[in-house]
Design a binder for this molecule. Structure first.
Ligand SMILES: [Zn+2]
Length: 570
């Protein structure tokens, strides 16, 4: 049985993430981690904040804070909000950790030892008033091709031309607006990805389990030809550039590029986890030290695929060391906000902190799983959210649980009733549950996010159908033994729902498990419906929980639309 290593793309440090970030990496990773743990597998789910780079420096400056203090504070905020969403990270690390600095410097050393790094001189734009080199995205000016006045240093959004900031006419600093700029020569380290192209292509060929989206993105980059990539920057905030453990001459005021050190943090965060837990991080990452039984799954949005199928493999394969590489790369499309994009700067959409102010985590987890932007972009609308909460959670699941347990309290004193034997209706239910459980397990195992939600909902629907047909409220008058069988079976369904729903809606699942005396943390059921619906024995107490899912009212949607927008943008 393989051990399962799961990483989700590292959220960037500058502020609370929006629901699209949650839906496209952290949530599906968490759902899968919870599923595999319930199956009894050894799971390590790692995530971290991605803390280096210019945006962090600028966000800290805007907040009037030192960048290290800013990152420390933002990390704690993101960790707290993630936990409030039920993200069950085994470790939530920081790319600014000493472990990541050491590992990043190690990779640079071995890559250079193998002739895959060289120093080159670049002409970059220096802003005299800002007293810093400007990254491409922080320079704007007039497009030399079409004359558009706000072309960015790397690309013109008007005509789509890829640009070099040197070519912009009348350029200015986005940071200060200053036009007091000049080109200056600066030395940088380049990773010779062009030489690694055949190795990366051969490696990709071995990855039979990559889904089509990930494979096609990787092949597109390989077919276009990899270019050598600058892996250092003229910045103060980042991993210092060293050679053999000493500051590298001429690089004292430079750091490694954030995209070089960030994916290395997957490994370094595991080292951070080990430092606290006493675990053996190398056994998860080094194939020569036990990682050959590890199955490694990465979760990310589609914009991150190239970095994970080309750039990070270039670092890993180029090192020539036996590091574990990804087996399953699960990429997601975009969750859109009414057909447009979520935007922090324009305040469009719902962010993770505000989301929890208006609805419990499980409502969001269910909505974002059932409407996952998995095989295509999907759109957030208040109508879809309302349908997911009111119909699926409140009407189908919550209503069933409440009816069954209230009935048991009213008619059987809140004790699972004894007596009677399963009849034809129960046999049919057992067969149906067996088939649905087999399907649900297969969908979770395949990380088919939307199909998992559909299979889960199909199991919930069986409960109401069974109750409607079996009608214990009639049976109790004429045949109490028959009513006992029905209630006992239905309570076992509640216990089963707690177990199978736990990956997606862990908070409600724990409440359901507690209500009927099902064990927690949950174990995953077999596909034997008869056995799984006979676990909870007669004689043990049950307690109806308070209403599990409050319905969304029209007035709620009105309030939220006023606060977050939505309806008028449809
Ligand atoms: Zn243009």
């Amino acid at each position: 049985m393989p051990r399962i290593l799961i990483t989700s793309a590292l959220p960037y440090i500058n502020g609370v993430k929006h629901l699209g970030n949650l839906a496209g990496s952290m949530l599906p990773a968490d759902v899968h981690a919870r599923f595999q743990r319930a199956r009894g597998r050894e799971v390590l789910y790692i995530c971290a904040t991605d803390e280096h780079g210019t945006p962090a420096e600028l966000a800290a400056a805007a907040a009037g804070q030192d960048v290290a203090a800013y990152c420390a504070e933002q990390h704690l905020a993101q960790a707290a909000i993630g936990r409030a969403f039920g993200l069950s990270w085994d470790w939530f690390g920081r790319s600014s950790s000493p472990q990541n600095a050491r590992l990043t410097q190690h990779f640079a050393d071995v890559l250079e030892d193998r002739g895959l790094i060289e120093e080159r001189t670049d002409q970059l734009i220096f802003s005299i008033d800002d007293n810093r080199f400007l990254p491409d995205r922080y320079i704007e000016g007039t497009c030399p091709i079409c004359g558009f006045g706000k072309a960015r240093g790397d690309q013109c959004d008007h005509c789509g031309s890829l640009l070099d900031p040197i070519d912009l006419k009348d350029p200015y600093s986005v940071i200060s607006g200053s036009r007091n700029l000049e080109a200056r020569a600066t030395r940088h380290l380049y990773l010779l990805q062009s030489r690694l192209q055949p190795d990366i292509r051969a490696w990709l060929e071995t990855k039979a389990e990559f889904p089509a989206l990930a494979r096609s993105i990787a092949l597109k980059h390989l077919d276009e030809g990899l270019i050598d990539r600058g892996i250092t920057r003229d910045l103060a905030w980042g991993v210092p550039v060293t050679r053999g453990g000493q500051p590298r001459t001429g690089f004292e005021h430079k750091v490694f590029y954030v995209w070089f050190d960030a994916p290395i943090e997957y490994i370094a965060a595991t080292e951070e986890w080990a430092a606290t837990s006493g675990g053996d991080w190398r056994s998860w990452w080094r194939e020569d030290e036990g990682a050959s039984d590890v199955r490694y799954l990465q979760f990310m949005g589609k914009d991150n695929v190239a970095f994970h199928t080309v750039s990070f493999p270039a670092t890993i394969l180029g090192s020539g060391e036996p590091w574990k590489t990804v087996d399953v790369l699960k990429a997601f499309n975009w969750l859109n906000w009414y057909g447009g994009k979520f935007s922090t700067s324009q305040g469009r959409g719902v962010f993770m902190d505000a989301a929890l102010e208006i609805l419990p985590a499980d409502c969001w987890r269910w909505f974002l799983t059932a409407n996952s932007p998995e095989h295509a972009d999907s759109a957030f609308t208040w109508d879809l959210l309302t349908a997911a909460v009111n119909r699926d959670l409140a009407d189908v699941l919550g209503n069933f649980v409440n009816r069954v347990l209230k009935f048991c309290e009213a008619r059987f004193g809140g004790v699972i009733p004894d007596g009677g034997a399963p009849g034809a209706l129960e046999q049919a239910l057992f067969a149906e549950v067996s088939a649905r459980l087999a399907d649900l397990t297969a969908q979770f195992e395949a990380i088919e996010t939307r199909k998992s939600a559909q299979a889960l909902r199909a199991l919930w629907v069986l409960g109401n159908e069974y109750l409607q047909e079996a009608a214990p409220w009639s049976a109790i008058k004429s045949d109490p033994e028959r009513a006992a069988v029905i209630v006992r079976t239905a309570i076992n369904l509640v216990g089963l729902y707690a177990r199978v729903s736990a990956p997606v809606i862990p908070f409600a699942a724990e409440a359901m498990a507690g209500a009927v005396g099902e064990a927690w943390p949950p174990s995953w059921p077999s596909a034997d419906g008869a056995a799984e619906l006979s676990r909870l024995a007669a004689g043990s107490p049950v307690v109806a929980p308070p209403v599990m899912f409050r319905k969304i009212e029209a007035a709620d949607v009105e309030t939220w639309t006023a606060r977050f927008g939505g309806a008028d943008e449809a």
